[in-house]
Design a protein around this ligand. Structure first.
Ligand SMILES: [Fe+2]
Ligand SMILES: [Fe+2]
Length: 197
């Protein structure tokens, strides 16, 4: 895989400073977890470097880009266009940086809400974004997610989604449907009582 690491680093360096620092911290998590789970570090690093390229883009620009690129927009994304920063960045990664690897593109596209049947690359990008060391300080439940991520990626993601979805429900907020599908799929695979006979 010929990866545009240099171009991506240049783009990350042009992002707002705190966003760039978050990406660097997420990279450290990816570098720690990828070898443990025997996942290609180059692909994980590529996904992490690109995942928030559109995070500082305004809501109206994200909606405009998503429409221009013919990306699907659901009701929840329409209400919270920030959720489109992954899909927009994935489009840029493929079309402006020339990355064709489907796992890397998927990892960027779905890094915010998750997706059923995600590859291990995408699961690692998803978790590396959430387990930025500064986020763990702000949200103590993440330290358990980090402990689980060392042992089992699916268990870590279910723990993360259980916490985040519970607080979204409690606050009366919209929930992205794909996060629910993703959690249910992981949980059903984990628990024998949910397995189809
Ligand atoms: Fe993000
Ligand atoms: Fe992020």
């Amino acid at each position: 895989m010929i990866a545009p690491f240099k171009e991506l680093y240049n783009s990350v360096n042009k992002l707002p400073k705190e966003l760039g620092a978050h990406i660097e911290r997420s990279l450290l998590v990816g570098q720690q977890l990828a070898p443990i789970h025997q996942v290609c570090l180059d692909k994980v690093a590529l996904g992490i470097l690109a995942h928030d390229l559109a995070r500082s883009t305004t809501d109206s620009d994200l909606l405009n880009y998503a429409r221009k690129y013919h990306l699907p927009i659901n009701r929840v994304e329409l209400c919270h266009p920030m959720l489109l920063h992954g899909p927009v960045a994935a489009f840029w990664l493929e079309n402006q940086y020339g990355v064709s690897d489907a796992e890397v593109i998927e990892s960027v596209y779905w890094h915010t809400v998750g997706k059923r049947s995600m590859s291990d690359i995408a699961k690692l990008v998803f978790l590396s974004d959430k387990l930025d060391a500064q986020k763990i300080v702000r949200r103590p439940f993440l330290s358990k997610v980090m402990d689980l991520a060392i042992i089992n990626l699916d268990h870590a993601i279910v723990e993360y989604l259980n916490n985040v979805l519970a607080s979204l429900f409690k606050g009366g907020y919209l929930v992205h449907p794909e996060s629910l599908f993703f959690r249910n799929e992981l949980l059903a695979n984990m628990k024998s009582e949910y397995r189809e006979t």
